[in-house]
Design a protein around this ligand. Sequence first.
Ligand SMILES: CC(C)(COP(=O)(O)OP(=O)(O)OC[C@H]1O[C@@H](n2cnc3c(N)ncnc32)[C@H](O)[C@@H]1OP(=O)(O)O)[C@@H](O)C(=O)NCCC(=O)NCCS
Length: 291
Amino acid sequence: MIDVREGTRADRDAILALRGRCFAGEDPEKQDPRFWEWEFGQGGRFFVAVDGDRVVAHLGFVPQLKMLAVDAMTDPDSRRQHLFSRVVECARDTLRNDVDFSCAFQIREAVLPAMVRGGWRPAARAFVLVRPLVVAPSRGLAVTQRLGGTEQPSDRATEQPIPSHLHWRFLENPLWKYDIHANDDAYVVTRRTMLRGHDSVAIADLGWPKGKERAGRALLREVFAKGRAEGAQVAAVLITLAHPALPVLVRAGFLPSPHRFRFLVNYFGTDFGTPRKQKRWPLTWADTDHL
Ligand SMILES: CC(C)(COP(=O)(O)OP(=O)(O)OC[C@H]1O[C@@H](n2cnc3c(N)ncnc32)[C@H](O)[C@@H]1OP(=O)(O)O)[C@@H](O)C(=O)NCCC(=O)NCCS
């Protein structure tokens, strides 16, 4: 008999075991209990289908963009039995009591039908843009700071010029470490990672006030120089068309890659598409849990 319900912290290890069965060898840091505690231990929610002591389907939510759906997975032995669909319905019917909408980035096609049946609807497209980093001598790396693992995140958080709602995202992750480039008017957050086999400087987030594009451009040059000096092949960014930094990125040489994702929104209990619900979504990787 399969029980579908909201999960509790006691389900953590069974959820991580499910992750191991679904994503063997993929994002291994996400199987670390410290990563799970960071992701779900501070306001995260998660919904599970349970068969005895095994979690056989799962959908998590992290408290960004109200509640962002993440980590869709069903045990390989239990797929195509509508277990994930049941978990999605349970999540929707529970979360609608607490938040007025929920979002998701749809990366794999198999996830979409259950999410659409549950009421999530495409609202924007997010594009991965890339810019080759040609080999060149390193020049002035200026104010770049690497956040060291020994530093106290809470102390750093008060010093960093990134928006406060991103402190959890970038300063408290136990395993992913970010570089925060900042000047008086702008910030660019990066993480060095492999993307589709390319050694990349991923721009996780960036921002500056209107009229301060020059400050943003200066930081991007700094990011490119540091990436080149460290041997990275490309810079990459995930961004929607509504993001104000897009023109600066295009002028800086970023080009569209083949990778793009649907951004889904579920306005609980309301008709999607009414004028007051239509919203432009300026999004970056900061709005995902992925990078
Ligand atoms: C995606 C996933 C969670 C779906 O779980 P599931 O329990 O099999 O999904 P459901 O049975 O509820 O499927 C609902 C609908 O989705 C569609 N669907 C599900 N899996 C599909 C597949 N492999 N191919 C095509 N359509 C699929 C079907 O329309 C299905 O309805 P139907 O069976 O009546 O035709 C599961 O395949 C999985 O864990 N995949 C690996 C992990 C993963 O990629 N997660 C997404 C991370 S972004």
